[in-house]
Design a protein around this ligand. Structure first.
Ligand code: 5AD
Ligand code: SF4
Length: 492
C-alpha cells in the first residue's frame, strides 16, 4: 500500500512522503468502481470563511456529475469531506476532534459492511499535508484549496490503485477554468443570494496571518469568466452576489478588452446584468480602497452600502508590527470618503486583541478608533500564534487573561454600537431580499442593504427570492423585525 503525495516545496518536510506503517491501511476497496449513474451520498462540513462556503458549494458541483448528492449528516454519507480553516488555532483543533468522531463512525459502518471515505480539504489540509494523515490515519485523502477540481480524478485513482492521495501543490492549471458551471438545480436550492469567488490568495503577509502560505499569492479571475458565472447564477434565480476574495479589492483580473480591471470596474460590468439586483464584496484591505471603488459606491445603486474593512488595531505602533501598511488616520480618511459617497454607509471590521507587544495604551487606541467610526457590526479575536508566521515567535506574547479581558471590553463596545445601529433603523422602510424561512414556519427572513437579518410574520411563500419593502418596527442585537409595506415587489 502506498501513498501518492503531491505537495508544494514550501509545505513539504523531510520524510513527509512516508507515512509510518501504522498509518497505512487499506482503502475501502470493496466500493465498486465509480458507477456515475449510481447515487452516492456526500456530506461536506465547512469551517471558517465565506471563501470556504463557496468552495464547499463548488465541491458539491464537482461531485454531482459523479453521481454524488449532498446529505445533511455524516451518518447518511459514503463520503465525508471536512473543508477546513487554519486561521486560528482552535479551528484546526476542531477538525482533529471531528476526525476522531468520524473514525468511530467509519469503524461502526465497517462492521455493518458499509464503506465511508473521509477527505480533508481547505487550509488545514494545505498547511498540514501528509502530517494530517499521520495524526489521523482514518483520512483517505487530503486536498488543498487550489486542487479540489481534481477530486473526481483523484477518487477514481484511489479506487483503481488503492493509493491514498495528498494533493496540496499549487497547480499550474486554473482551478476556475476547470470547474463546471454552477449546477442550476443546486443553485436554485441554495436560494437567491450567492457567493462568487473573483480573487484568491494574498501577497500582503500580515505578520499574524497564515493565508499567504495556505492560499498562495494573489490571483484574479478574468472579468469574462466572472460575468459568465454571474449570468448562470441569475439564470438559476440568484438576485444578489457577494464577490469573494481574501483581498477582494486588490482584484486586477483581465478585462474584456485587454488590460486589467479593478474591482470598481468589475462591479460596473456586473451591474449591467438584468436580474442581478444586489452586489456585495468581501474581504477588503484598507490599502486597496481605490478611488474607482469608492466612486462606484456613489454611482452604482446595486452596490450595497455596507463594507467589511478589517482594521485589526487602532494603534499605529501595532499596525506597523502587523505589517498592515496603513495607519489609523488613513483608515479614518477612507471611511470619511466612503460616507461622503454614500452617507448611509454601514461599516464592519475585524479586530485582533493581544497581538504581541500590545500595551494598554495600544488597546485604548483601538477602542478610540471604534468609538470614532461607529460599527454596524464587527468580528474580534484574541491573537492566536500561527506556526510559520513572524509574530508567532515574537518574545512579547500577551498573557491569555489580558487578551480575554481586552476582548470582552471590545466586544461590549461593539455590541452596543450594533444594537444602537439596529435600533436606529426603526421607522425606516428598507428593501429586503427574502432568502430563508424563519424558525417559525410563518416567518420569512431576509437581508437589508446593511446585511441585517430582517424577520417578517405571516409572509406569503411567493415572497421568497424577491426584494420587497419592509417597514421596520423594531431593532434588536442581531436582527430587525418589520412588516411588508405593500404587496408589490420593490426593486431595491
Ligand atoms: N490570530 C487571531 N486572529 C487572526 N486573524 C487572522 N489571523 C489571526 C491570528 N493569527 C483574524 C483577522 C482576520 C480574520 C479573518 O481573522 O482579524 O481579518
Ligand atoms: Fe491575511 Fe493580511 Fe492577507 Fe488579510 S491582508 S489575508 S490578514 S495576510
Amino acid at each position: 500500500m502506498s501513498d501518492t503525495i503531491v505537495s508544494p516545496a514550501q509545505s513539504a518536510e523531510p520524510g513527509e512522503a512516508k507515512a509510518p506503517d501504522s498509518a497505512r491501511r487499506a482503502l475501502p476497496l470493496s466500493v465498486k468502481p465509480a458507477d456515475k449513474a449510481n447515487s452516492r451520498k456526500i456530506f461536506i462540513k465547512t469551517y471558517g470563511c465565506q471563501m470556504n462556503v463557496y468552495d464547499s458549494l463548488r465541491m458539491a458541483d464537482v461531485m454531482a456529475p459523479e453521481g454524488y448528492s449532498e446529505v445533511g449528516t455524516p451518518e447518511e454519507a459514503d463520503m465525508v469531506i471536512l473543508n477546513t480553516c487554519h486561521i486560528r488555532e482552535k479551528a484546526a483543533e476542531k477538525v482533529y476532534s471531528e476526525l476522531g468522531r468520524l473514525r468511530v463512525l467509519k469503524d461502526e459502518k465497517k462492521t455493518r459492511g458499509e464503506d465511508m471515505m473521509i477527505g480533508v480539504a481547505g487550509c488545514v489540509a494545505q498547511a498540514e499535508g501528509a502530517e494530517m494523515r499521520r495524526r489521523e490515519p482514518t483520512v483517505d485523502f487530503v486536498v488543498g484549496p487550489q486542487n479540489y477540481h481534481r477530486m473526481p480524478a483523484m477518487i477514481d485513482k484511489m479506487r483503481e490503485t488503492g493509493q491514498r492521495i495528498v494533493d496540496t501543490e499549487f497547480p499550474i492549471e486554473d482551478k476556475f477554468e476547470t470547474l463546471p458551471a454552477p449546477q442550476k438545480r443546486l443553485t436554485l436550492a441554495r436560494g437567491p443570494a450567492a457567493f462568487l469567488t473573483v480573487q484568491e490568495g494574498c501577497d500582503k503577509f500580515c505578520t499574524f496571518c497564515v493565508v499567504p502560505y495556505t492560499r498562495g499569492g494573489e490571483y484574479s479571475r478574468p472579468v469574462a469568466r466572472i460575468l459568465d458565472e454571474a449570468r448562470a447564477l441569475v439564470d438559476a434565480g440568484v438576485r444578489e452576489v457577494t464577490l469573494l476574495g481574501q483581498n477582494v479589492n486588490a482584484y486586477h483580473g483581465e478585462a474584456a478588452g485587454g488590460g486589467s480591471a479593478t474591482l470598481g470596474a468589475l462591479v460596473a460590468e456586473l451591474a449591467q446584468i438584468n436580474g442581478l439586483d444586489r452586489i456585495r464584496y468581501i474581504t477588503s484591505h484598507p490599502r486597496d480602497m481605490d478611488d474607482e471603488l469608492i466612486e462606484a459606491h456613489a454611482h452604482i445603486a446595486k452596490l450595497m452600502p455596507y463594507l467589511h474593512l478589517p482594521v485589526q488595531s487602532g494603534s499605529d505602533r501595532i499596525l506597523e508590527a502587523m505589517n498592515r501598511q496603513h495607519t489609523a488616520e488613513r483608515y479614518h480618511e477612507i471611511i470619511a470618503r466612503i460616507r461622503k459617497a454614500r452617507p448611509d454607509f454601514a461599516m464592519s471590521s475585524d479586530f485582533i486583541v493581544g497581538f504581541p507587544g500590545e500595551s494598554d495604551a495600544d488597546f485604548e487606541d483601538t477602542l478610540a478608533l471604534i468609538e470614532t467610526v461607529g460599527f454596524a457590526q464587527a468580528y474580534s479575536f484574541k491573537y492566536s500564534p500561527r506556526p510559520g508566521t513572524p509574530a508567532a515567535t515574537h518574545d512579547e506574547q500577551v498573557h491569555e487573561a489580558v487578551k480575554a479581558e481586552r476582548l470582552q471590553r471590545l466586544q461590549t463596545l461593539v455590541s452596543g454600537q450594533q444594537l444602537a445601529f439596529n435600533q436606529s433603523c426603526t421607522g425606516r422602510v428598507l428593501p429586503v431580499l427574502f432568502d430563508r424561512r424563519g424558525r417559525d414556519r410563518h416567518q420569512l427572513v431576509g437581508r437589508s442593504p446593511y446585511l441585517q437579518s430582517v424577520h417578517i410574520n405571516e409572509a406569503p411563500d411567493s415572497l421568497f427570492g424577491t426584494i420587497a419593502n419592509v417597514h421596520i418596527e423594531g431593532g434588536f442585537q442581531n436582527s430587525l423585525k418589520g412588516r411588508l409595506v405593500a404587496d408589490e415587489i420593490a426593486t431595491a
